[in-house]
Design a protein around this ligand. Structure first.
Ligand code: PMP
Length: 343
């Protein structure tokens, strides 16, 4: 079995993490003169729990995992950056990532002076396992997969991801930001078997908390511990911890069902327009749509008050727009603008 400590940057392996006075004491003090806070209560005058115990317990319960296997970040973007910082020596190591995919893998790599080896997906956005593994060299520390993938919308088969995790000898990061909308099951259960698998999820999509900034990494305890050592002590602020706990009481299954049914409705309706050449199959809350001229159609939708994501400059995405599934009335409005295009 792979020993992930062998992949860790030596300075991180040797790191003595910051600890608070409250971490270091085992009793329950009543007067807090340890952290130079304001003593005047206004609900927010105390530092939040750096270990997010209550929130982690709740999320772990919802996900059917143990809190030790859960890292919480300021969005999953923080987890992406932390994984680079834990494993990649700046100016030396590299990561391998699929392309096209979510832009933050290469931005986080660039800010950490880590080079990216991009592996182009096939024309139908499926993944060539051998090409991916062949792109790794002795300095590759992380492999980034995104499933369902942004912007293509497709999910990779579970068996294919498992094969990559078991053969790669690297940390494989599977970004499951859109997993709640997917018919392909999550790879989270595989984290019990593979210490080199890190699964990213987020509260920003199906859970409706994009503004709170709360992302998850689910992985082997030792990987979670490494990320926790490197994070800022209070990376999840108190308001986010409190509001997320509250919002997690609200079920979102009906909303997810509606988004999926609207996605399928749009996938049926959009091909009826002569200027729509292809609607790619999607397991996410958006559709990648190839049109005759993405720049022109993008501007036309914007003129009508609807903004979508123009992906025409991404690899394999020439003349493609990525359209997020909105409320039924919002989707209708988008369709009605398309109705009046080129008439
Ligand atoms: N991963 C993917 C694939 C995404 O598309 C996004 C957001 N667009 C994120 C991660 C970032 O999520 P968060 O809001 O948790 O930082």
């Amino acid at each position: 079995m792979i020993d992930i400590l062998e992949l860790v940057r030596p300075n991180i392996a040797a790191l003595c993490p910051y600890s608070t006075a409250r971490d270091e004491c085992s009793s329950n003090p009543e007067v807090f003169l340890d952290a130079n806070e304001s003593p005047y209560p206004n609900s927010w005058n105390r530092y939040p729990d750096p270990h997010q115990k209550a929130l982690k317990a709740r999320i772990a319960e919802l996900k059917g995992i143990k809190p030790e296997n859960l890292f919480l970040g300021n969005g999953s973007d923080e987890a992406i950056d932390l994984l680079m910082r834990v494993f990649c020596v700046p100016g030396k190591d590299n990561i391998v990532a699929i392309s096209p995919s979510y832009g933050m893998y290469s931005v986080a790599a660039a800010t950490n002076d880590v080079s990216v080896r991009e592996v182009l997906l096939r024309d139908d956005f499926s993944l060539d396992t051998e090409a991916l593994l062949a792109a790794c060299d002795s300095l590759t520390k992380l492999i980034f997969l995104c499933s369902p993938n942004n912007p293509s919308g497709n999910a990779f088969p579970l068996e294919q991801i498992e094969e990559i995790v078991s053969r790669s000898g690297r940390i494989v990061v599977v970004d499951e930001a859109y997993i709640d909308f997917s018919s392909v099951p999550s790879v989270v259960p595989l984290t019990d078997k593979y210490p080199n698998l890190a699964v990213l999820q987020t509260m920003s999509k199906a859970r409706g908390m994009a503004s709170l900034r709360l992302g998850l990494a689910i992985a082997h305890e030792s990987l979670v511990r490494l990320m926790s050592m490197v994070k800022y002590p209070y990376n999840i602020n108190g308001a986010t911890q409190a509001l997320a706990l509250d919002l997690l009481r609200m079920p979102v299954e009906d909303q997810v069902r509606e988004i999926v049914s609207e996605r399928e409705r749009l996938a049926r309706e959009l091909p009826r327009f002569s200027f729509v050449h292809k609607v790619y199959p999607s397991d996410a809350n958006f559709l990648l749509v190839r049109v005759d001229d993405a720049d022109v159609l993008y501007a036309y939708l914007l003129e009508g008050g609807v903004i979508v994501r123009n992906r025409t400059r991404m690899p394999l995405c020439r003349d493609c727009l990525r359209i997020t599934v909105g409320l039924p009335s919002e989707n209708d409005r988008m369709l009605s603008i398309l109705d009046s295009y080129k008439r």
